[in-house]
Design a protein around this ligand. Structure first.
Ligand code: ACO
Length: 401
């Protein structure tokens, strides 16, 4: 049912839908998701095909501009990105001001917002050309900010990328290169990261994407909208779940590995504990991304010769949940975040950076959704409410209260 406005015809009738469980906020041609059948497609292409065959930058182009790029288009796109990869030196001072213990998501959101001060032309972007410039700038500078955030945590000197590398390899090098040492990209690591970034690249109107669209709908610029999206993603019920999953699995391991005890806790309504990485607002059969990631976790750990006991705990929990009425009745299955942290860890990425890696992957999706919203000239997002507070009250002077 499409509603234009109920106001005129109904004298102010509004729909109430907490959590927007049944409310569509827009029409979109970017991502198709069928939660009952576990289907996810970007611009019509299946996530399975894209994860297997595409590069992350191709997928970014596809999401943002609607078509898979030709080689020429991709070269031009990456060439434009490389030209914008410089981040103002003054930004290093801002990063320096943060304590080393600051959560990387807070730092990344702040730095993304701070970019506006150094790129004021990226705010009022009404033409497609201006939008393109803002988009390219962000795709270029965001990985630098991600790498700097990690390097600051690890007390490593801040550096720029290597334009001879592809987009994903360049990210790895910026993150992990040690001073005075050659950095050679491990092809298996690069392949795994490429896949993870693609799997996270868009997911229609989730919490962070809706945030990006709603902030952008006030015509705040792209960088401000993305900065807000990063904050929305940070929460443990959304992107922050990947960090929460590993912490949960570690906790179970340290507590003797008794998965049954934790299954019980998750089912106990008096206990706030939830099985992190389980359940999804839309997927009620399986999350296709989780299937790909589970397989990838096995492959990556095998390829890198890593044995991680938490992978066994994760598989044990999944097996028990599939046979447990509580989880079956509520259609709770592993989501994208259940196995992703195990791979990130195998790639040498610290736990607190997991959600930052999610943001890196989601960036093209957020950009595509912001661009679509602006090109369609969508109205400002402004939900209504049902007021349940006090009725009219007479003001009391302070001495009479
Ligand atoms: N563990 C235990 N019980 C759960 C879980 C869980 N992980 N998830 C949902 N439930 C239960 C709820 O308690 C509720 O039970 P009830 O009907 O007896 O009250 C029922 O399942 C429905 O759950 P809701 O919270 O109403 O479902 P909603 O669609 O609002 O929430 C969400 C979805 C937030 C993902 C939820 O499943 C959750 O908290 N999962 C854990 C966090 C997580 O993994 N988040 C990442 C999601 S994917 C992403 O954002 C990238």
């Amino acid at each position: 049912i499409q509603i234009k406005s109920l106001r005129g015809d109904t004298g102010g009738l509004i729909t109430l839908d907490p959590g927007f469980k049944n409310t569509g906020s827009c029409e979109s041609a970017i991502t198709f998701l069928n939660g009952e059948e576990g289907i996810l497609r970007y611009r019509g292409y299946s996530i399975e095909d894209l994860a297997e065959k595409a590069s992350f930058l191709e997928v970014a182009y596809l999401l943002i501009f609607g078509e898979l790029p030709t080689q020429e288009q991709l070269d031009k796109f990456y060439g434009d990105i490389k030209e914008e990869s410089h981040v103002d030196e003054e930004m290093k001072k801002i990063l320096d001001g943060f304590p080393k213990t600051a959560h990387p998501m807070g730092v990344l959101s702040s730095l993304t917002s701070a970019l506006i001060a150094f790129n004021p032309g990226s705010v009022n972007v009404d033409s497609e050309e201006d939008m393109y410039t803002a988009i390219v700038k962000l795709l270029a500078k965001f990985p630098v900010l991600v790498a700097w955030t990690l390097r600051k945590r690890n007390s490593k000197p801040l550096d720029y990328g290597d334009s001879s590398l592809n987009y994903v390899d360049n990210i790895l090098k910026m993150m992990f290169k040690k001073p005075n040492e050659e950095y050679k990209v491990n092809a298996k690591v690069s392949e795994a990261l490429n896949k993870l970034l693609i799997l996270h690249a868009d997911h229609e109107q989730n919490c962070s994407t809706s945030t990006v669209r709603i902030v952008g709908s006030s015509h705040a610029g792209l960088f401000a909208s993305i900065s807000a999206g990063i904050s929305a993603l940070w929460g443990p019920l959304h992107g922050g779940a990947n960090q929460a999953v590993i912490e949960m699995l570690e906790g179970i391991k340290e507590d003797g590995g008794d998965t049954k005890k934790y299954m019980q806790k998750a089912k106990d309504k008096e206990d706030p504990f939830r099985l992190m990485g389980f359940g999804h607002r839309v997927y009620k059969n399986f999350d296709p991304r989780a299937r790909i990631i589970k397989k990838s976790a096995d492959e990556v750990l095998g390829d890198l010769g890593i044995e991680d006991p938490v992978l066994d705990i994760a598989k044990g929990l999944e097996k028990e949940a599939l046979e447990d009425n509580y989880f079956v009745e509520r259609k709770l299955y592993p989501n994208v975040d259940f196995y992703s942290g195990i791979i990130y860890r195998a790639l040498g990425i610290p736990t607190e950076m997991f959600t930052v890696m999610f943001a890196l992957g989601r960036l093209p999706g957020w950009i595509a959704q912001w661009r679509e919203m602006r090109l369609k000239k969508e109205p400002i997002g402004r939900p209504r409410q049902v007021y349940i507070g006090e009725n009219h009250r007479d003001f009391k002077d302070i001495e009479k209260r």
